[in-house]
Design a protein around this ligand. Structure first.
Ligand code: UTP
Length: 273
């Protein structure tokens, strides 16, 4: 039912400098596939075919990746190397890609608002490609969330339990568990101090949002770190309606941090190669 998936990919990726100086963080490979391709594959197998990507300066490689490379393809035609392009070719055939630029990096909430021009007035998914999710024995995380959306028809955020010492890195929710793995959100704080955190349930980089979020974002003032925070907009949405948090099945790797990236690389190499 949800057809569009938005990928905010305009951030600077400063934790990976110098590699992200001229190369997008989303193009960092886990073994031989860039992070954003894993995200697109997840969205596609959750039934979404229209990929909307918010980019910024220095992100051209993302557009080139989801396109044909005639010279290269001609060069390897007929060789066994051709099979290495099978997955990306199939993605390009099945999906459309549209792009817009975030001119100033004013935060994740602002990046999502920039995506309105690509999304329009319909519910949509959001993937932060640097959160790599894997659930080899079942449905992928976005597909699980799409099912929750279909049942409740409101915004849904993915959550996981983290150590209390880690809560200050995340948006943190509190709420009542209304069904297995599903919480009705009653509070949400961006990067709280341990002493101020309402729980240890941290929001990770998967969302399903209803389009009224755009109007809310337009009126959301800068919050933590002077950035327009999606957490603040979702709190407003939950006060005026309903937002659910879904404790997903599977494992998430924080590939926006060097240690999470190395862990994902090692585990994916052992599991899939
Ligand atoms: P991060 O907090 O991981 O920031 O953003 P970052 O800039 O990418 O990385 P570091 O912290 O400097 O290493 C979370 C997500 O939101 C996007 C990022 O691209 C990432 O997917 N984002 C963030 C934007 O698109 N625009 C922004 O202004 C901020």
């Amino acid at each position: 039912m949800i057809k569009k998936c938005l990928f905010p990919a305009a951030g600077y990726g400063t934790r990976f400098l110098p590699v992200t100086k001229a190369m997008p963080k989303e193009m960092l490979p886990i073994v031989s596939k860039p992070l954003i391709q894993y995200g697109v594959e997840e969205a596609l197998s959750a039934g979404m075919t229209q990929m909307a990507i918010v980019t910024g300066r220095g992100k051209r490689a993302i557009e080139d990746h989801f396109d044909i490379s005639y010279e290269l393809e001609q060069q390897i035609k007929g060789s066994d190397k051709e099979s290495r392009l099978a997955e990306i070719r199939s993605i390009i055939q099945q999906c459309t890609f549209s792009y817009t630029r975030q001119i100033e990096m004013k935060g994740l909430g602002h990046a999502i608002l920039c995506g309105q021009t690509l999304i329009g007035n319909e519910p949509f998914a959001v993937i932060l490609a640097d959160d790599l999710c894997d659930n080899p024995d079942g449905e992928n995380v976005l597909a699980q969330m799409a099912r929750v959306y279909e049942r409740y028809r409101c915004s849904v955020v993915a959550i996981e339990e983290v150590a209390m010492s880690e809560v200050s890195k995340y948006g943190v929710i509190s709420g009542k568990e209304i069904d297995e793995r599903i919480f009705m959100v009653d509070n949400m704080i961006e990067k709280p101090k341990e002493s101020e955190a309402p729980s240890n349930l941290a929001v990770i980089g998967r969302y399903i949002l209803t389009p009224d979020i755009f109007e809310i974002l337009r009126h959301t003032p800068p919050g933590k770190n002077g950035e327009i925070q999606i957490t603040d907009a979702l709190l407003a949405q939950c006060k005026s309606g309903m937002v659910l948090a879904y404790k997903f099945c599977g494992k998430r790797y924080d590939c926006g941090s060097v240690s999470g990236f190395v862990e994902a690389t090692n585990e994916f190499y052992a599991k899939y190669h």
